[in-house]
Design a protein around this ligand. Structure first.
Ligand SMILES: Cc1cc2nc3c(=O)[nH]c(=O)nc-3n(C[C@H](O)[C@H](O)[C@H](O)COP(=O)(O)OP(=O)(O)OC[C@H]3O[C@@H](n4cnc5c(N)ncnc54)[C@H](O)[C@@H]3O)c2cc1C
Length: 325
């Protein structure tokens, strides 16, 4: 049955963020011919509207006001509410980003409805919308339905497929109000040093844990990433290793770190605590190297190597290099 779906969009450098493209794909599937709306706020919003139409949107609620460029929840909530009032959607989709974590519960509360956060699957069934999200730190999956409307759903990055580009597709642009004065003042912004491929974008993540024994162990982990190719392999760390100061906190994978969904996740000296698995259980293939055959990580691993990483890694690196020749 057709229904109207609204995506709270985000811009990256004036273009449509990758997560917004993924949500437009999902929204198109859920709408079944209904409206696929998208809010776009900040510099470049009008131009990005055209991009949004090519990714499935039929209506864009846009404001080029630069005051939206920095996320301030009071301004963004007002913009999202303006679009909600105009569109009256049955479903609101937001990416599980910093914006979504903040905006989802606020929007739901204001509309007397529920928010399901960090969903991996969102599907329309005969009984209504069903969403699936990790529970108990990623050890279980919980399925929810909604008793109220609109259903507010935040969705994990890379869990949905964007549509194939519909070149030249057009839609209706509706003006969003300019940003109202904010109660929040952003006093400074520090950009995290971005050294090439980001963890969340990498098709291969090689992750080191406390089992490396010392920070030097990460040189071997990095050598493995080098052998696999730094254009596709990024290095991550468990929280225990970050807490010890062995690797930067920005590289932490897990519940309180980054959530990654690579094709291949290689965990080295990582025990596989539930809080760590919350960040990598979406990987298509997990390979574990651990000297404890009882380690929890092996329960999730497709392939496991039981042994000392100091012996295993050099051999693996040599084998990969030989294959590349
Ligand atoms: C609220 C909360 C949030 C948390 N968030 C996160 C999070 O975001 N990310 C995260 O990672 N953790 C998180 N944790 C911590 C988590 O519970 C674990 O403590 C942590 O993941 C353990 O890290 P580890 O696997 O590197 O270390 P350990 O648990 O110490 O495991 C080390 C592993 O290395 C193996 N090993 C030892 N020597 C070798 C060797 N020479 N060769 C091969 N294997 C070897 C051992 O057998 C062991 O399995 C959180 C905890 C809490 C309470």
């Amino acid at each position: 049955m057709a229904q109207d779906v609204l995506v709270i969009g985000e811009l990256a450098g004036g273009s449509l963020a990758a997560t917004t493209k993924e949500l437009l794909g999902l929204a198109t599937r859920l709408a079944e011919g209904g409206m696929v709306g998208v809010t776009l706020a900040g510099t470049g919003a009008q131009v990005a509207s055209a991009e949004a139409f090519e990714h499935g949107a039929t209506r864009a609620f846009a404001s080029d006001d630069a005051a939206y460029d920095v996320f301030r929840s009071d301004q963004w909530v007002a913009a999202a509410e303006a679009a909600l009032d105009l569109a009256a959607p049955a479903v609101v989709l937001i990416a599980q980003t910093m914006v979504g974590r903040d905006l989802g519960p606020r929007l739901a509360f204001r509309h007397g409805t529920a928010a399901a956060m960090d969903c991996l699957r969102v599907e329309q069934t005969a009984d209504g919308l069903r969403v699936t999200r990790p529970a108990y730190g990623g050890n279980a999956l919980a399925t929810y339905s909604f008793a109220t409307s609109p259903a507010v759903v935040t969705v994990r990055a890379k869990s949905q497929e964007a549509l194939n580009l519909r070149a030249g597709a057009t839609g209706e642009v509706v003006a969003l109000p300019s940003a109202s004065p904010s109660r929040t003042e952003v006093v400074s912004r520090d950009a995290a040093a971005s050294d090439g491929l980001q963890l969340q974008d990498a098709p291969i993540v090689v992750c080191g844990g406390r089992g490396l024994g010392d920070p030097e162990g990460f040189r071997l982990v990095e050598a493995l990433a080098d052998a696999l190719g730094r254009d596709r392999a990024a290095v991550g760390s468990s929280r225990a290793a970050c807490d010890l100061g062995w690797y930067p906190p920005s590289k932490q994978v897990g519940l309180t770190g980054k959530v990654v969904t690579p094709d291949l996740y290689i965990a080295i000296g990582v025990s596989g605590a539930s809080q760590h698995m919350a960040g990598c259980s979406g990987a298509k293939n997990i390979v574990a190297i651990n000297r404890d055959r009882e380690a929890n990580i092996f329960k999730a691993a497709r392939f496991g190597i039981v042994g000392d990483y100091k012996v295993m890694l050099p051999a693996l690196i040599e084998a990969i290099k030989a294959l590349a020749k």
